[in-house]
Ligand binder design. Structure first.
Ligand code: UT7
Length: 316
């Protein structure tokens, strides 16, 4: 089916610490770091999502040693592209000078896993040989900076992976449990003179405790499921690569799965929750720290608005 030929990421240049946020918000470094593990995050100032994704995509192509013209498909996982239409994937196709089909995947923080599964289908049908999977969100433009219970949690980032033919993907499983109440961002309003639906602000709203419970149980369930499908035991995994939403979620799920924290990749401390980008960004961070070795077994696991979840086992 496929293997990962490369992974890359891009972050905005501006970094904000918890103390920076407590300068204008009723919060503290102590609360944020103890409840979430987050110490700082990167936020866009003059960068667009397009710029971040283009940087990550170009780097992923260079690391894979291929040109944009060799791509057969571009998938982009994002909550909100720079335009409602065209898709973010089409915008990046133009930026890279690629010629292949391109489309967005809307599965919030699980988008990278959903995109891998879509790509797997194209490989099985032998429609593609090289696929660029992009994932990115500018969460700083989607949260209410007056709401301390959500804005401190997120950061901005983009990730990219080039997939080529191979047999690295051992198993993959997706789920969706339609639910608007726990985590949503309402759409922007138009100006139709015929519209009678009351206007609402377009900010992220979340029931943190419900999402927390859902997150821990879904990581545990999904990792067990994909290990079973891959006919391996959890103890054979070299790395758990969880979505980075809260260090306590990661620690709790890892403890229930009996995976030592030394075998969990994390980046939330310096990145916050970067939504769809979180898994490829943390993979790139780990490879830059020379943590990952060829042939190691990874379980990726994500959850997010939808509510969606996804997990897979693959070799590095
Ligand atoms: O990828 C998307 C997925 N999102 C998630 O996975 C988020 C999952 N949920 C969580 O990570 C946690 O539920 C949070 C970090 C969001 C919240 O942690 P918590 O331990 O569940 O706190 P809480 O919501 O129960 O709030 C506890 C207290 C409240 O004050 P009172 O009512 O006890 O007086 C909040 O008002 O903490 C207060 N609080 C804050 N205080 C200082 C909430 N946010 C802040 C803040 N600074 N930023």
């Amino acid at each position: 089916m496929f293997r990962l030929l490369s992974v890359a990421s891009a972050l905005p240049k501006c970094r904000k610490t918890n103390d920076d946020l407590s300068g204008f918000l009723d919060t503290s470094d102590e609360w944020i770091s103890q409840r979430t593990g987050i110490r700082e995050r990167a936020v866009c100032t003059d960068e667009s999502l397009t710029e971040l994704l283009t940087t990550a995509g170009k780097e992923a192509l260079a690391r894979a040693g291929i040109t944009a013209q060799q791509l057969d498909l571009i998938l982009c996982a994002t909550i909100k592209g720079d335009y409602i239409t065209p898709s973010q994937a089409c915008i990046i196709q133009k930026e890279l000078g690629a010629k292949c089909p391109a489309m967005d995947i809307g599965a919030a923080c699980t988008g990278f896993l959903y995109a891998l599964d879509v790509a797997a289908g194209y490989f099985v049908r032998k429609k593609v040989q090289k696929v660029l999977v992009l994932a990115g969100d500018v969460m700083s433009k989607l949260v209410d900076w007056k709401d301390r219970s959500t804005c401190v949690l997120f950061g901005d980032a983009a990730g990219a992976a080039v997939l080529g033919e191979g047999d690295a993907l051992k198993s993959i499983s997706l789920s969706a449990k339609g639910n608007i109440d726990f985590l949503n961002i309402p759409h922007v309003n138009g100006n139709s003179p015929f519209d009678s639906i009351p206007e609402q602000e377009s900010f992220l709203a979340m029931n943190g405790q419900e999402v927390y419970r859902f997150a821990v149980s879904s990581i545990c369930h999904d990792v067990k499921e994909v290990c079973k499908q891959a006919s391996i035991s959890i103890s054979e995994l070299d790395w758990l690569v969880p979505h980075q939403a809260n260090l306590r979620i990661i620690e709790s799920a890892a403890a229930k799965l009996k995976i030592p924290m030394e075998h969990c990749l994390t980046g939330i401390e310096i990145l916050g929750n970067t939504s769809a980008a979180s898994i490829p960004v943390v993979l790139d961070k780990a490879q830059s720290e020379s943590k990952l070795k060829t042939g190691e077994l990874l379980a990726l696991s994500a959850f997010g608005a939808g509510l969606t979840t996804g997990a897979c086992v693959l070799t590095w």
